[in-house]
Design a binder for this molecule. Structure first.
Ligand SMILES: CC(C)(COP(=O)(O)OP(=O)(O)OC[C@H]1O[C@@H](n2cnc3c(N)ncnc32)[C@H](O)[C@@H]1OP(=O)(O)O)[C@@H](O)C(=O)NCCC(=O)NCCS
Length: 161
């Protein structure tokens, strides 16, 4: 596969939205949300394309009052490209980009049943040789009105890169 990584542009937002909609158990977003990620937050997002086809996407941002932390919002890889290290490589590419030069920690949130996501971020922590911690970020009852499983905060760092 000849996959290129780049920061997204607004023209990618709709296709990103479709890929996420096709990738349960990810929560779907409005197209507008993905358009904002692909424009205002483009420098902390990465898109992977083969020719013009979107094969993967990572959305993230530096937490406004803790800019040393890159919050990874969603990671998605097209079903046909999974199991080849693409998700890990997209996050590494993001860490290497200019906007993440001063990032020393990654935070993300994962539901307890998402084995692929736990595996991905634990492998990343090992690669970065960094400590990890797990706490509740958003609770099923307190924050989701009982409608969504609790989102666990997985924190990685400090690390240098
Ligand atoms: C999660 C997802 C992004 C992983 O993409 P990927 O490119 O296949 O992941 P990688 O090949 O980089 O895998 C890295 C590690 O994650 C873990 N992993 C990946 N897929 C896994 C699965 N289905 N089950 C368990 N662990 C898995 C493994 O530890 C893997 O390392 P290994 O191959 O050396 O064992 C992809 O499966 C996906 O898009 N899933 C649907 C959306 C989703 O759940 N996203 C995560 C929430 S943000």
């Amino acid at each position: 596969m000849n996959i290129q990584f780049q920061h997204p542009t607004a023209e990618d937002g709709f296709n990103v939205n479709q890929l996420i909609a096709d990738s349960p158990p990810l929560d779907t977003n409005s197209v507008y949300c993905n358009l904002l990620q692909c424009s205002h937050f483009a420098q902390t997002c990465i898109i992977a394309k083969e020719d013009d086809q979107v094969m993967g996407f990572v959305s993230g941002y530096r937490i406004p009052d803790r800019p040393e932390v890159l919050f990874v919002w969603q990671v998605v890889v097209s079903a046909k490209a999974r199991g080849q290290g693409l998700a890990g490589r997209m996050i590494q590419a993001l860490l290497e980009s200019d906007a993440c030069r001063e990032v020393t920690h990654i935070e993300t949130s994962i539901t307890s049943d998402n084995d692929a996501s736990w595996g991905l971020f634990k492998k990343l922590a090992k690669k970065l040789n960094a400590a990890t911690s797990e706490t509740v970020l958003f609770d099923k009852e307190a924050h989701f009105g009982g409608q969504h499983d609790s989102e666990m905060l997985f924190r990685i760092g400090p690390f240098s890169h």
